[in-house]
Ligand binder design. Structure first.
Ligand code: DQQ
Length: 549
């Protein structure tokens, strides 16, 4: 398909056609990974929202199954929105939001129809739905996205639901003895006066002593753990998270000290273009894996022409950093099965002004990892601390061609040429700054010159990377290039930045350049660079039958 559609991805999850948005209830069950997602079976734009469903043995190659939930009942006639799957006494059970015949958002339950079907293909929606209603102070237009449930030591199930109450965002907590009859808890799990609506809450424990993932059950999660609450803020279309403690008695989440009730100070799952992320515990490999929707940012007319819209990030393993303050995210190890031809550089000096082309591999499908080493931090430019709360503004004001003190250095991807003003190029790069006596690594990607196509939104994304650059004097960048998506992991996965890039030059068959560069005044050393050309995965190919036969 890539020959006729150069934007279609080779190893990111997307349906064979039509619209996709939020991940819903990813899970591992009896040797298979399942992935459900918001899907329009009838076209490439949002609407007729159902749950798409695919299965995989390795999280890389996927086979599409029939739609798992379709909007056929009065309680979900206007859309089967986002939800999750919980194992209740070993059985996978769906909780999902719907838009009912009275135009209210309500929560429903669904069970699988045939308990001996390992593919979990068909689902039954009992007639007693809905099971949670927007009562009292809950705005019926803003009550959605039930989280995966967890079982408390008091014998009650819990699930979190996003809501708007009198203008403020709350994550409501519901409790149930049997997973069917739910009651709203006296306190919300968390709330904010400064946000209007939190969608798609994700709530999970993380270990303080290992990269292993933890399942949700509090009875097995005593001791050395913290909890993470992720919210998708509708106002900014970005995912933020808080690290803290879960008070199981009151059923409230208490963020760690230092958090203010201001999302601008909160860490983000990704500083680029993702939304509605959701994680699950993978019992096969004892890890927690995160998925997130990557929306298109080209014109609607182009989405219609192509016949599809929306992809998922590559699945990411997530765990808590040793500082106990931020998450680390890293492409799951299964990605290595797609690696083909490799290019390597070791101890390679990048002089001031240097641009080095990585050639000999297909540059539209690449996994590249670079570790940069700095000689010293003297020479870093000073920066006003007002940028700390608005790093994207900084990215918008600088360019990858500036001759900074230390940096800009990094990668040019999907570029026709980087010299001419009329050419297309996308840089993901670092620049080191000194802010009130502290050295900080800044990561930036400005899409202004990424595409010459009409109707493409091309923002600038910036973030300060959570590494101690004065201690290490090293910083790494890993980037997955896959046609129209570029997913970067800065500082060993502490700062992620996903971009949509739609080069015009590829439409006429021109190949793209991939470069590592240093435009700063000071020399930078590449300790090691590895780039692999990536094979095409089998992702939801129509009439594919690698599992069912
Ligand atoms: N998308 C779903 C909602 C959710 C939103 C509808 C987030 O349930 O709040 O497709 O992208």
């Amino acid at each position: 398909a890539n020959e006729i559609d150069p934007d279609r991805t080779a190893f990111h999850f997307q349906p064979s056609k039509n619209w996709l948005n939020d991940p819903c209830g990813p899970l591992y069950y009896k040797g298979l990974y399942h992935f459900f997602y918001q899907y329009n079976p009838k076209g490439p734009l949002w609407g007729n929202i159902a749950w798409g469903h695919s299965v995989s043995t390795d999280l890389v190659n996927w086979e599409a199954l029939d739609v798992a939930l379709d909007c056929t009942d009065p309680f979900d006639i206007n859309g089967c929105f986002t939800g999750s799957v919980t194992f209740v006494a070993g059985e996978p059970v769906i909780l999902y939001t719907s838009y009912d015949d009275k135009k209210r958002q309500v929560q429903n339950i669904a069970f699988r129809k045939n308990v001996s079907d390992p593919l979990l293909r068909e689902w039954t929606k009992p007639g007693y739905n809905p099971i949670m209603l927007p009562e009292g102070d809950i705005d019926p237009a803003n009550f959605r996205d039930p989280s995966t449930g967890w079982f408390g030591q008091d014998g009650y199930w819990r699930a979190a639901v996003g809501a708007n109450l009198e203008g403020r965002a709350e994550i409501l907590l519901y409790k149930s003895l049997n997973f069917v009859n739910w009651e709203r808890n006296e306190f919300p799990l968390h709330k904010s006066q400064n946000c209007g609506m939190w969608e798609c809450p994700d709530f999970f424990p993380v270990s303080l002593s290992s990269k292993d993932g933890l399942d949700l059950d509090p009875s097995v999660n005593t001791g050395n753990i913290k909890h993470v609450l992720k919210v998708s803020l509708a106002e900014t279309f970005q995912d933020y998270y808080l690290v803290g403690m879960y008070d199981e008695k009151k059923d409230v989440f208490v963020p760690d000290e230092g958090y203010e009730d201001d999302y601008k100070t909160w860490p983000m799952i990704d500083y680029g273009h993702i939304y509605a992320s959701k994680s699950f515990f993978d019992g096969k490999k004892n890890r927690r894996i995160l998925w997130a929707w990557v929306n298109e940012s080209d014109s609607v007319a182009d989405d219609v022409k192509r016949g599809w819209s929306g992809i998922q990030t590559f699945p990411r393993a997530i765990w808590l950093d040793t500082d106990a303050k931020q998450l680390i995210q890293w492409p799951i190890e299964e990605i290595k099965s797609l690696r083909k031809k490799q290019v390597q550089l070791c101890d390679f000096q990048l002089q001031s002004g240097a641009r080095y082309e990585i050639s000999g591999i297909l540059t539209s499908q690449v996994d590249i990892e670079v570790e940069f080493e700095l000689q010293s931090l003297e020479g870093a430019e000073s920066l006003d601390n007002s940028y700390l709360l608005d790093p994207s503004k900084l990215c918008d004001e600088i360019t990858p061609f500036d001759k900074g003190g230390i940096g800009p250095f990094g990668l040019f991807v999907l570029s026709s040429d980087i010299n001419g003003a009329q050419e297309e190029h996308t840089a993901i790069y670092f620049r080191i700054y000194k802010i009130s006596d502290r050295y900080m690594a800044f990561m930036c990607s400005d899409l202004k010159s990424s595409s010459r196509r009409e109707g493409v939104t091309k923002p600038a994304y910036g973030a300060f990377v959570g590494v101690d650059i004065s201690k290490d004097k090293r910083i790494s960048l890993r980037t997955l290039i896959d046609h129209s998506v570029v997913e970067s992991y800065g500082g060993g996965g502490r700062t992620c930045m996903t971009l949509r890039v739609y080069p015009k030059h590829v439409l006429t068959g021109q190949t793209s350049g991939l470069y590592v560069f240093n435009h700063g005044s000071q020399e930078v050393k590449i300790r090691e660079l590895n780039a692999w050309e990536m094979a095409k995965a089998r992702v939801n190919i129509e009439n594919d039958d690698f599992i069912s036969k």
